[in-house]
Design a protein around this ligand. Structure first.
Ligand code: PGA
Ligand code: ZN
Length: 427
């Protein structure tokens, strides 16, 4: 049973305050989790409750921490830590709002995940096993989606596109996917250095994007894959997060780097040209969250050959996933627990998505910590992919390394290689 729930302020990878929750059981077990924080946030996602004011850029979390101590803790006290649904229902009863604006999504997500950790500890199981018990899924090791260049809101908008990533569906194990990605990352760094454009890394650890136009990033990525000894489009493919809500509104898309504004159809054509020219297997938020017509048109045109992920467009919301499946606005969903607020709601969204043939990608936020819950989630929920940012900085590497450990426990042959290319497209 849950005995004590403690909240404290800790710090994330951007040096910003965030919420940590610790759940103690009567049996002396402890579960702990930390809320992540996004920078390119969807308008329909759960809010991050921040104190405002002058101190710490207005980002302090005193109220969210108090909400855990004063409201969530009494509601969870005495509940069975292994009963995640009951715990999340207790949190939801306190704040049934879609945006979790009474408690703060940062308070609810840390509390919900801490209960899961405590539940696993109470059962004497690793978290991934406990989550597999909850989801009913066969545990599997996800295909990693790893950033090589950061951009958009994660790199001072140096380029418009947010994530230039690679996936290695041709790898035979998770470990091999990491090894090949590491070579690509290293190669991309030397290419930047040769051009005199090495300028450190962006928020998620990808190389800082010193490029004259968005295509130059894609061309450099292709060259990096080649320099790493791979044939682009063979074992290694490109994945993009356009994060179009950051520069698109009312069907107009403003590409600041190229100083031009595109209409919806031109934007779709531009992305289509990229799909023709580069080995891109997956594309996230190609159009803005307020542009369902654009998402539907894009999916009608390209959904049979590429994975189209809704992130800001779906905000880990089951109802939005149901609608998107019905009107074919994309064919995969990004799962971020803090977009919706509790683990049970995130699992419900993931199940809703996979029941409809959608690809499922568990994802970190740009503001992260040493918390590795999402690695366990991806495995225990049987998600196809895991997106964590780049291949540097320990708040990222911790998640990749945790998957290696879990792989040793469940068998490296449980790696879901190739899945995003094989099954997610609309046939
Ligand atoms: P965020 O970005 O965590 O800054 O919102 C991640 C993403 O868009 O996938
Ligand atoms: Zn995104």
């Amino acid at each position: 049973r849950i005995d004590k729930v403690i909240a404290r302020r800790v710090w994330d990878s951007r040096g910003n305050p965030t919420v940590e929750v610790e759940v103690q059981t009567t049996g002396g077990r402890v579960g702990r989790a930390i809320a992540p924080a996004g920078a390119s946030r969807g308008t329909r996602e759960a809010i991050d409750m921040r104190d405002g004011g002058k101190a710490l850029g207005g980002l302090d979390v005193g109220q969210a921490v108090a909400n855990v101590a004063e409201r969530i803790a009494p509601a969870l006290s005495g509940l069975d830590a292994t009963d995640q649904k009951a715990a999340d229902d207790a949190i939801l009863a306190l704040d049934p709002s879609a945006l979790k604006d009474r408690l703060g999504g940062n308070a609810t997500v840390a509390a919900s995940l801490a209960v899961a950790h405590a539940g696993a500890a109470a059962k004497g199981e690793p978290l991934w096993q406990h989550l597999a018990d909850l989801s009913g899924a066969t545990p599997s090791i996800p295909l990693p989606e790893i950033q090589i260049f950061g951009g958009g809101a994660h790199a001072g908008r140096r380029v418009d596109i947010q994530d230039f990533m690679v996936m290695v569906p041709g790898a035979s194990t998770f470990g091999e996917a990491l090894e090949i990605t590491s070579e690509v990352y290293r190669a991309a760094g030397s290419l930047m250095e040769r051009k005199g454009r090495l300028a450190g890394v962006a928020d998620e650890g990808g190389w800082w994007p010193v490029f004259d136009h968005n295509e130059e990033a894609l061309e450099t990525l292709v060259k990096a894959i080649e320099l790493a000894g791979e044939t682009p489009g063979d074992r290694v493919v490109i994945s993009l997060d356009i994060a179009a809500s950051e520069f698109g509104k009312d069907g107009r898309y403003r590409l600041a780097l190229e100083d031009r504004e595109l209409g919806r159809d031109e934007m779709i054509r531009l992305l289509g040209d990229w799909l023709d020219a580069y080995p891109i297997a997956s594309i996230e938020d190609p159009l803005a969250e307020d542009d369902p017509d654009g998402m539907r048109a894009f999916t009608a045109a390209y959904g049979d050959r590429v994975q189209i992920i809704g992130d800001d467009y779906l905000v880990t919301n089951s109802a939005l996933v149901r609608d998107a499946a019905t009107d074919r606005a994309c064919n995969a969903v990004l799962i971020k627990v803090n977009q919706v607020g509790t683990l049970s709601e995130a699992l419900d969204c993931l199940t809703t998505a996979s029941d409809r043939g959608f690809g499922t990608i568990v994802s970190a936020r740009s503001g992260e910590t040493e918390d590795v819950s999402i690695s366990h989630m991806a495995v225990g929920f049987g998600a196809r992919q895991l997106k964590v940012g780049s291949f540097t900085r320990s708040e990222r590497m911790a998640k990749w390394n945790e998957c290696l450990r879990i792989g040793d426990a469940i068998g490296q042959d449980r790696f879901v290689a190739g899945a995003p290319l094989a099954d997610t497209a609309w046939a």
